[in-house]
Design a binder for this molecule. Sequence first.
Ligand code: SF4
Length: 406
Amino acid sequence: MCAESAHSSGNLSSSSSLIFRKGLDLKHAVAGMLAESYHSELVDQIKASDFTLQSGRLTVHLAREFGFCYGVDRAVDYAYQTRRRFPDRAVYLTGEIIHNPHVNDQLRAMGVRFLSDTKGAIDTLTADDVIILPAFGVTMAMLQQLERRGCTLIDTTCGSVLNVWKNVRRYAEGGYTSVIHGKVWHEETQATASQAVEYGGRYLVVFNDAEAAVVCDYIRTGQNPASVLERFPRAVSTGFDPERDLQRIGLANQTTMLMSESLQIEQMFKAAMTDRYGATSLASHFQAFDTICSATQDRQDAVVALLAEQTVDLMIVIGGYNSSNTCNLARICANSKPTFHIADPECLVSGEEIRHRPVGSKTEETTKGWLPASGPVSVGLTSGASTPDNLVGDAVRRLVSFTAAT
Ligand code: SF4
């Protein structure tokens, strides 16, 4: 069995927790259940037909990369193995294992409980309890709390997230403040920020280029440090001092951000630091490392290619509304096509009505007349890294049924 009785990602010197990081040797035992829950023969058929389905007046073009990424695949696999390995013990997730309501509901149905459901639940845990850490990781504070309680931990933190942490730690140890392009409310970014602090460093989180511009303005002029603190009250480490903490910075990303935006932000900071300190001194004031994960990048590239190569009337993007990588796929699509980001296939209510969350909106809306009522219709389809294929298959079936009789 692949267990290790050491901490997974922090500095703790002693721990009574048993930590599993490489599964529980039950991969084959749960493979059937996973296939039954998340696989789709229809999706396999479409892939085998050059990622295209033709049915009557409907054509569906699937992106060539979509759905479960390697990190999510592994996390869900480990969660199923955990339930199988510990049938008589309480098994918890710290929160959503991935940002897909369908997958989380399946785990709830298997008796896996969510610490995030009950305030203070973590304080009631004992050494008998088994806790699954999600693919996007947990903060150092939570990890230390769980270890102090002696819980058995199943660590599914994705290797690509661990890679970000490695760079953030390197920045901290070298005296560089981590500037993280990410969502400050997202679990992964919170966990990454906590790594900076754990290793004696500082951090600042910028969400987009507008926020980056505020920080870059300060870096260039050195004027009005209060403006930075006012703009980022909850996105900086405790005691953050712009004058001291923005002299040496290292860039990192939440793994699921829009690659083009991350690169733009990196260039903005590089230019600002060059203006302030000069090109010859840049290396001692600025570092950058691309930490967008390859799965996110592949899905973004695939949807760009689909839009370039196929003529589609509209795009459907399937994935949780709180899934960062899904939201970014929808952003890419919405730049050039009518785009409907749906949380699950049931959002395709009928050929007349669709429930979806428009890009940039925080609420789900209902749109009428979304699908052309007659004539040929071509639909582009992709899904986020936390969306299983069976949901994509169900969505295709609905599209076929909506267009079959018209
Ligand atoms: S999106 Fe990337 S970082 Fe996140 S779980 Fe998937 S592979 Fe890992």
